[in-house]
Design a protein around this ligand. Structure first.
Ligand code: ADP
Ligand code: MG
Length: 226
């Protein structure tokens, strides 16, 4: 049946992604194994621990960006206070912003209508988007990450705007966003946006990206309210 086919397609997609992630993890893993062997044989000393640590960090990053998709989702949809959730994610991301000289400005009014969501997935979604914004502003002189949430006029949807004044995205690159492993960063995973699109789709939401090269980017995520 159609339903079965869809399930099969989904499984095939997950299989492909898992294979891709496994491939990405294999390289740092192989290099760590090599270093451990050389250390056991006394060929190299602990100076290489730093390289090993950075390879481990790489594995950790790949897994953390992929985690919500890889984990079986037993969690049910529940009413979520998006202002509160965004505030909590801001706390998580604050140190990374400070390290990159990025100022965070929020406009999160309380008492907004609730949306139905999976809290962990929504957190991962905003972590991925905020991280990209901060990373895009590493060379911006007056870097500001603006995060705002607004109800629609008829109060039947909520829009979250995430705006940065970073490097921006050219139109041809914009089209590639969300493709697995598409990255322009030396240490990127290219998984963040793919995972974000999947989470938004799972929530019957919508994601739009406006960007101007050299000016900045605005990501708008819209969710239906309860
Ligand atoms: P990663 O961050 O690991 O590169 P993502 O899937 O999160 O992977 O993002 C893919 C690419 O999209 C990034 O490498 C970057 O080129 C582009 N991108 C995403 N968000 C932004 C942004 N706010 N500003 C500029 N470029 C962005
Ligand atoms: Mg990213």
């Amino acid at each position: 049946s159609e339903e079965l086919l869809q399930k099969k397609d989904k499984l095939a997609l997950v299989g492909q992604l898992a294979a891709g992630v496994a491939h990405e993890i294999r390289n740092p893993l192989a290099s760590i194994t090599g270093f451990v062997q050389l250390m056991q044989e006394g060929v190299i000393n602990s100076r290489y621990l730093e390289i090993m640590k950075s390879e481990l960090d790489r594995i950790e990053l790949i897994i953390s960006e992929f985690l919500v998709l890889a984990k079986p989702q037993a969690v049910r949809f529940a009413p979520c206070d998006l202002s509160q959730l965004l505030q909590n994610v801001v706390v998580l991301i604050e140190s990374q912003a400070t390290l990159n000289n990025v100022r965070i400005v929020t406009d999160l009014s309380p008492n907004l209508p609730r949306i139905l969501g999976k809290e962990n997935q929504l957190k991962q979604l905003f972590i991925n988007i905020f991280k990209n914004a901060i990373e895009a502003m590493t060379h911006a002189p007056d870097a500001v990450l603006h995060i705002g949430v607004q109800p629609s006029e008829r109060q039947d949807a909520l829009s979250i705007h995430i705006t940065d004044n970073g490097c921006g995205i050219s139109p041809d690159r914009l089209a590639k966003l969300g493709e697995p492993f598409y990255t322009t960063k030396e240490k990127g995973t290219g998984l963040g946006m793919m995972v974000s699109y999947k989470i938004v789709a799972d929530h019957q939401g919508n994601i739009e990206i406006f960007s101007e090269q050299g000016q900045g980017t605005r990501v708008t995520v819209t969710f239906p309210c309860q």
